[in-house]
Design a protein around this ligand. Structure first.
Ligand SMILES: *Cc1c(COP(=O)(O)O)cnc(C)c1O
Length: 390
């Protein structure tokens, strides 16, 4: 094969993706992450961000990042195990351990890497691991990398999981706490019991639970009134409700030590900038103390769901800030998203392979930084959508 063929192959694949309405494009934002911004040069109202508490652009968090950079410089300069692990990182780990109520916490550079790290450190060739069919891509990719046998169970179906487990006992069960594209919660009380009975680790990816659910935003486990036992490992991201960047894993002392020794996505990568750890400590404190942010979210969620139900829109069964409208085909999801964009409202169309075929959707996300007027504007625009004739 010569170079010409290689490029021609790519071109054909890209064209096929476009024909299937699955082509992805980036918009160029020219304002910070906040509901009222500007994209591709025009002013927009956005419902796409995971900045659920409105902290990404908070003046105290910005100031902490600036002071952090003045104190520590910008780059950490090395991996944690070389000499990139600063007192700023360490203080954030301790603050997160206290926040989660877990014995220890380890920072990772991203949530994607944290999931790869936990799964590859706790499972290996010859093991079986079970995952919810709708888990985040990073959990599924972690399973591939681990070389363990990956088995997927139907979404939130613990009966089916129990039957599968009886035939094939797992080393680990992994689930999103709040499902990222659906907004619903995993049945954590049942999953904890199943994992305990099976003698398996339970890994909860709470990227969308921390900051939003439970007292002080302590996440999905707290929402259910549960506390982690020694074999529960919880992953949280810092780039969503906490408004900064990075991720953490909370668990037993032995789990965290094992990650330090074995998690390649921890060992072989540069530590996050220490200034970011300083900024995150401030946003963590705001997230924990400012309950009005969670209350505002609940008000907006109720308002949106009430209005959407009156319009007979295809709402999902979610009471979190992730409020998908299940429109069906990729083409329809794009058409809805494009019509909203013509009136200056940004909502992402989520298509396969991010979600199963036939379940393309508009992924509407609400933030404490939205107002009730913003939600009403969205509802008005949704009511006015004209679908193209078949
Ligand atoms: C965003 C997300 C991740 C990845 O976190 P990053 O820090 O963005 O890499 C992992 N799991 C879930 C469920 C997520 O939504």
């Amino acid at each position: 094969m010569n170079d010409q063929t290689l490029i021609a192959d790519l071109r054909a694949q890209l064209a096929a993706q476009q024909a299937a309405h699955l082509y992805r494009r980036r918009r160029i934002q020219d304002a910070p992450a906040q509901p009222h911004g500007s994209s591709d040069g025009r002013s927009v109202l956005s419902f796409c961000s995971n900045d659920y508490l409105g902290l990404a652009n908070h003046p105290d968090v910005i100031a902490a990042l600036q002071h952090g950079a003045a104190r520590w410089g910008v780059g950490s300069g090395a991996a944690h195990l070389v000499n990139g692990h600063t007192a700023a990182h360490h203080a954030l780990e301790e603050a997160l351990a206290e926040f989660t109520g877990q014995p220890r916490v380890l920072l990772f550079s991203t949530g994607y890497m944290a999931n790869l790290g936990v799964i590859t450190a706790l499972t290996g060739r010859g093991d079986t691991l079970f995952q919810d069919r709708l888990n985040h891509a990073s959990l599924l990719d972690g399973a591939q990398l681990s070389r363990a046998t990956l088995r997927r169970y139907p979404h939130c179906n613990t009966n089916e999981l129990n039957q599968l487990i009886a035939k094939d006992p797992p080393q680990l069960i992994a689930t999103d706490g709040v499902f990222s594209m659906d907004g619903d919660l995993a049945p954590l009380p049942a999953l904890m019991q199943i994992a305990r009975d099976a003698g398996a680790w339970l890994l909860i990816d709470d990227a969308h639970g921390f900051g939003v659910l439970g007292r002080g935003g302590r996440g999905s486990l707290h929402h259910f009134g549960l506390s982690a036992d020694e074999t529960t490992v919880v992953m949280g991201t810092l780039g969503k409700a906490f408004g900064t960047f990075g991720a953490f894993v909370a668990g037993a002392e032995e789990v965290i030590e094992t990650l330090i020794q074995r998690a390649r996505s921890y060992i072989f990568t540069t530590a996050m900038p220490p200034a970011l750890a300083e900024a995150t400590r401030v946003s963590l404190r705001l997230a924990e103390r400012e309950d009005w942010r969670r209350e505002q979210l609940q008000t907006l969620i109720a308002r949106f769901r009430h209005g959407a139900a009156q319009l007979d829109l295809p709402l999902a069964n979610s009471f979190t800030p992730i409020q998908p409208l299940l429109v069906g085909t990729a083409e329809l999801a794009l058409a809805w998203s494009q019509q909203l964009e013509t009136v200056g409202i940004l909502v992402s169309a989520i298509r396969p392979p991010t979600v199963p075929a036939g379940t393309a959707r508009l992924r509407i996300t609400l933030s404490a930084a939205h107002s009730e007027t913003d939600v009403d504007r969205l509802l008005t625009a949704l009511a006015a959508i004209q679908l193209p004739p078949d």
